[in-house]
Design a protein around this ligand. Structure first.
Ligand SMILES: C[S@@+](CC[C@H](N)C(=O)[O-])C[C@H]1O[C@@H](n2cnc3c(N)ncnc32)[C@H](O)[C@@H]1O
Length: 263
């Protein structure tokens, strides 16, 4: 089932949490002078227009990134702010980067990217926007594709896992994927985003990952007080495996940026 389109949710409170955490992780990992491999299981189309009818219809960006910036709560030196500025300079002031463009703004020329996207139209848009050296765009299932390419060269790396959670089985699939990926590529930093929905299915997923005993797990959740503005979600979470030493405060700050919007 591929009915989810991220254009309706780009820049919403959940994106603020996910993208601020992702930017913090990439900034931390690129501070060391060693190349890395960056992968995404569910990439989306990479570039969104916050003035487009989809974004205007849900109003999520108004509750999210636009509110954050209007309140001057995003420090100019934050890597998320830097990536936003770079993308707007190139694509216009209502542009908003999806995770692939955000990553590109922060990665270095020697880093390798592998991006998976299954939706035909989203894939074509992703491919058009992400042309470039060392950047590989794949139209294949994200879990299957990332596992098939792991462990990559260079082995130092980060994987963003960002399913749309359209079907219940994706929670179990995501947990199994994270555990299997760690077995195949033990060095990988794995960042899994998930929604907090009334059914609470994230709980079993997180518990399965925690029970697997993966190293340096961190889990931060932001709670929204206005789920009507965010498609019934009452919050979101970011779980990280192999959390790099020294990044915990930045992950906490990302969660607080999000909580400050609706919490
Ligand atoms: C939440 S969106 C991705 C948003 C993006 N990571 C970002 O932060 O900008 C999820 C994407 O996964 C795609 N998708 C759904 N099932 C997939 C699968 N099995 N493999 C790869 N991509 C899939 C959807 O088409 C959608 O574009």
């Amino acid at each position: 089932m591929l009915s989810y389109l991220h254009a309706f949710h780009a820049g919403g409170p959940a994106d603020v949490h996910k993208h601020a955490a992702l930017a913090a992780l990439i900034a931390h990992m690129t501070a060391k002078d060693k190349p890395l491999t960056y992968m995404e299981t569910h990439a989306g189309s990479a570039l969104y227009d916050l003035a487009a009818p989809e974004a205007v219809k849900t109003g999520e960006a108004v509750q999210g990134i636009l509110r954050l910036e209007a309140g001057r709560r995003l420090p100019a030196g934050h890597p998320y702010a830097q990536a936003l500025a770079a993308v707007r300079a190139k694509h216009g002031k209502t542009a908003y980067p999806g995770s692939p463009l955000l990553a590109r703004a922060l990665l270095r020329p020697g880093d390798v990217m592998h991006l998976m996207e299954l939706h035909p139209r989203e894939f074509e848009a992703l491919r058009a926007r992400m042309r470039g050296p060392k950047t590989h765009v794949h139209r294949r299932d994200g879990f299957e594709g990332v596992l098939a390419l792991s462990p990559p060269t260079p082995r130092r790396g980060l994987v963003l896992v960002d399913p749309s959670f359209e079907v219940k089985s994706e929670y179990d699939d995501a947990a199994a994927f994270v555990v299997e990926l760690h077995q195949k590529w033990p060095e990988a930093v794995i960042a899994l985003w998930y929604p907090l929905l009334p059914a609470g299915l994230h709980q079993g997923m997180c518990e399965a990952i925690e029970a697997a005993g993966l190293p340096r797990l961190s889990r931060r959740e932001a709670v929204f007080n206005d789920p009507a503005a965010t498609r019934g979600m009452h919050g979101d979470g970011v779980l990280v495996v192999n959390t790099p030493y020294g990044v915990a405060d930045a992950l906490k700050a990302a969660q607080r940026l999000c909580s400050s919007l609706l919490g």
